[in-house]
Design a binder for this molecule. Structure first.
Ligand code: AP5
Ligand code: MG
Length: 214
C-alpha cells in the first residue's frame, strides 16, 4: 500500500502516520523529518535546507526529489510506505510519478486532511515533538502521559523551530500557493480521499481504517 498524506502544516499528517505505521507495518517517509535529521547531522543537504525551513519556505524540488529517489529504493519500502509532506509542489508530484513508473509502482490513495487556518495555528504553536523518534503531541489537544516526555520512546519533547506564530503563518500561505494545487492534481487522477481533519484523532483513525481496510 503506497499512500500520500496531504494537508496543510498542522493538519495531522504526522499524527495519523504514527497510527498507520503501527497498523499497517509500513514506514513513514516524512521529508520534513528527514531534513531535520540532516540538519542535526550537519550534512550538505541539511546545510542547504536549514534557511528555507527556518523561514517556512519550501526546500528546492531537486533536493527533495533526490532524497526521495534514494529512500524509495530501500528495503523497507517493498511492501509500501506512507509519504508525509511529500510531494508538495506539482513538480515534485510529476517527479514522483516518473520514479514510480520506473519502479512499476503506483500511489494507491492520497488522503487529504482539511482543517481551517485558525485551528492550524493553534495546533502548530502548541505542538511538542519528540527529539528522538519525532512523535507529535500537543500541550492541549494531545497531551503525553507524562508532561514533556514522549509516550513512544521516553525521550524529551521539544518545540520545533518553525512552530512560532510568524513562521507558521508563512507556512500556511506557502501551502495555499504551492501545495494546494496538488488537491486538483490527485482529484483528477481519481486518487483523492478528503477527510475533515478537525475531528478527534481517534475518530480520524477509525475513518482511515475504514477507507484503507484494516
Ligand atoms: P514538515 O515537517 O513536513 O511540516 P509541515 O508540512 O509544515 O507539517 P507539520 O509537520 O507541521 O504538520 P502535520 O500535518 O504533520 O501535523 P501533526 O500531525 O504534527 O515540513 C517542515 C519544513 O520542511 C517545510 O516548511 C519545508 O521547509 C521543508 N520541507 C519538508 N518537506 C518538503 C518538501 N516535500 N518540499 C519542500 N520542502 C519541504 O499535528 C500538529 C499538531 O496538532 C500536533 O501537536 C498534534 O498533536 C495536533 N493534532 C493532530 N491531529 C489533531 C486532531 N485531529 N485534533 C487535535 N489536535 C491534533
Ligand atoms: Mg509533520
Amino acid at each position: 500500500m503506497n499512500l500520500i498524506l496531504l494537508g496543510a502544516p498542522g493538519a495531522g499528517k504526522g499524527t495519523q502516520a504514527q497510527y498507520l505505521i503501527d497498523t499497517y507495518k509500513i514506514p513513514q517517509i516524512s521529508t520534513g523529518d528527514m531534513l531535520r535529521e540532516a540538519i542535526k547531522n550537519q550534512t550538505a543537504i541539511g546545510m542547504e535546507a536549514k534557511s528555507f525551513m527556518d523561514r517556512g519556505e519550501l526546500v528546492p524540488d531537486v533536493v527533495i526529489l533526490e532524497i526521495i529517489r534514494e529512500r524509495l529504493l530501500q528495503d523497507d519500502c517493498k511492501n509500501g510506505y506512507i509519504l508525509d509532506g511529500f510531494p508538495r509542489t506539482i513538480a515534485q508530484a510529476e517527479g514522483l510519478a516518473e520514479m514510480l513508473e520506473a519502479l512499476n509502482a503506483t500511489i494507491d490513495k492520497v488522503i487529504l486532511f482539511e482543517v481551517s487556518n485558525d485551528v492550524l495555528i493553534e495546533r502548530l504553536t502548541g505542538r511538542r515533538v519528540c527529539g528522538n523518534c519525532g512523535a507529535s503531541f500537543h500541550t492541549v489537544f494531545n497531551k503525553p502521559g507524562k508532561e514533556g516526555i514522549c509516550d513512544r520512546c521516553g525521550s524529551a519533547l521539544i518545540q520545533r523551530k518553525d512552530d512560532n506564530l510568524e513562521t507558521a503563518t508563512n507556512r500556511l500561505s506557502v501551502y495555499e500557493n504551492q501545495t494546494a494545487p496538488l488537491i486538483h492534481f490527485y482529484e483528477k487522477a481519481g486518487k483523492l480521499v478528503k477527510l475533515d481533519g478537525d475531528q478527534a484523532i481517534t475518530l480520524l483513525q477509525k475513518q482511515l481504517s475504514h477507507i484503507l481496510g484494516a
